[in-house]
Design a protein around this ligand. Structure first.
Ligand code: SF4
Length: 384
């Protein structure tokens, strides 16, 4: 069992954090007020030490990643999110819709070799109905039976059930029967209603996201969860968001079928979107990114994995995040579009060897995983 070399209290410089450190050392749940203190303190290293303590006790030095391919089946979107640079309206020269055959062709390209997970989220386009998704999932699974299909934000799923004229229950059951296996955690943004009015007017209702995530879990479909930070939100909105996720996770774990696998803090990217033109943005920083990872590890005591999403915060910052509570670098992420359209300067993908190198160089043990965190230790690349 790995642990910090000194007692947890000895890492704390801000005395106000000491009662939280004691709770963390005892494994007690933190409160809303504790969350505000974690966001408000200047003692970022103290917050990081507490998160690292929890990370070490849960995962030791193990650090996960997945060989993953990103595809968005369409960028046409009738929902308007002010933070989004990916959306296109019909007629826009950038607009596209991919067929099942297009997607299979992409997956057959050499750069997709060895990919274990297809991660798809896309725009909200009313011409695509349940039959499109059934056809897509069946054809992809027929060609690549071992490829894990991770598709739809909770809001996206709700949209396509509505335009298909069927219930969410039926939509989900039919997608699962066709090959859907899990869902990524996007679309949550920030649950606070006032902030949603400003940043994603088209997806106002946070309860849709929460209700559908719970429905997925009750049907045995695991999902991830996220939060978009670094725009106009304040700490109280973030603590509220994280605690709503924790409450839902408590219910899902009690239900016993499945639950959130991982939480991913998503840093807002401010290029090419309306939000950064119309609002004063509290841009994120390296310290801010690390704090999001650490606070999530401390507040989300029932979510097993916390990711440092290198696409949005840079590979170097993600490496540091491994000492601030993260145990997962997400993955190779071949051809990410959504964050890059909004200005992310990171590479379009990393190889497995590059990820393994980043993890080892930060002092941790790389483990390639599948979507359900089963590992492939024997195939681990030995480095660069
Ligand atoms: S974030 Fe998704 S739902 Fe919102 S505008 Fe962009 S593509 Fe559409």
């Amino acid at each position: 069992m790995h642990s910090l070399p000194r007692p947890l209290r000895s890492y704390i410089r801000d005395e106000k954090l000491l009662p939280i450190a004691d709770k963390v050392a005892r494994g007690e749940r933190l409160s809303f007020e504790d969350g505000l203190l974690l966001y408000g303190t200047r003692d970022l290293n103290g917050v990081g030490a507490m998160a690292h303590h929890v990370r070490l006790s849960r995962h030791g030095l193990k650090t996960y990643f997945v060989a993953s391919r990103r595809l968005s089946y369409t960028n046409i979107c009738y929902t308007h999110c002010q933070f989004c640079a990916f959306q296109a309206k019909p007629g826009d020269p950038r607009a596209y819709v991919l067929s099942a055959e297009d997607i299979i062709k992409d997956l057959e390209k050499p750069e997709s070799a060895g990919v274990r997970e297809l991660h798809m989220v896309a725009g909200h386009y009313p011409k695509l109905k349940i039959e499109y998704f059934e056809d897509l999932f069946r054809k992809v699974k027929a060609r690549f039976p071992d490829l894990h299909l991770k598709v739809f934000t909770m809001v996206e799923m709700d949209y396509y059930a509505r335009v298909s004229g069927i219930s969410m229950d039926e939509f989900l059951d039919r997608c699962v029967a066709a090959g859907l296996e899990s869902c990524p955690g996007g679309g949550a943004e920030i649950f606070d209603e006032g902030i949603r009015e400003e940043i994603c007017i088209g997806k106002k209702d946070a309860n849709v996201w929460l209700k559908n995530a719970e429905l997925c879990h009750s049907k045995g479909v695991p999902t991830n969860c996220t939060m978009l930070y670094g725009h106009i939100e304040e700490p109280r909105h973030k603590v509220d968001h994280l605690l709503r996720l924790r409450d839902l996770q408590d219910r899902s774990l009690k239900n016993g079928k499945t639950a959130f696998l991982a939480y991913i803090p998503l840093a807002y990217q401010n290029e090419n979107n309306e939000l950064s033109r119309t609002h004063v943005i509290h841009e994120t920083s390296g310290g801010g990114d690390l704090r999001e990872i650490a606070v999530a590890r401390l507040l989300l005591d029932n979510v097993p994995h916390i990711k440092a999403y290198w696409v949005m915060i840079s590979p170097g910052m993600a490496q540091v995040g491994l000492s601030y509570g993260a145990d997962d670098l997400d993955g190779t992420i071949i051809e990410e579009e959504i964050a890059h359209d909004a200005g992310a300067q990171t590479p379009q993908g990393l190889t497995k060897a590059e990820l393994a190198h980043l993890i080892r160089a930060a002092g941790f043990e790389p483990l390639e995983r599948d979507n359900l965190y089963r590992t492939y230790e024997e195939e681990m690349p030995v480095g660069m």
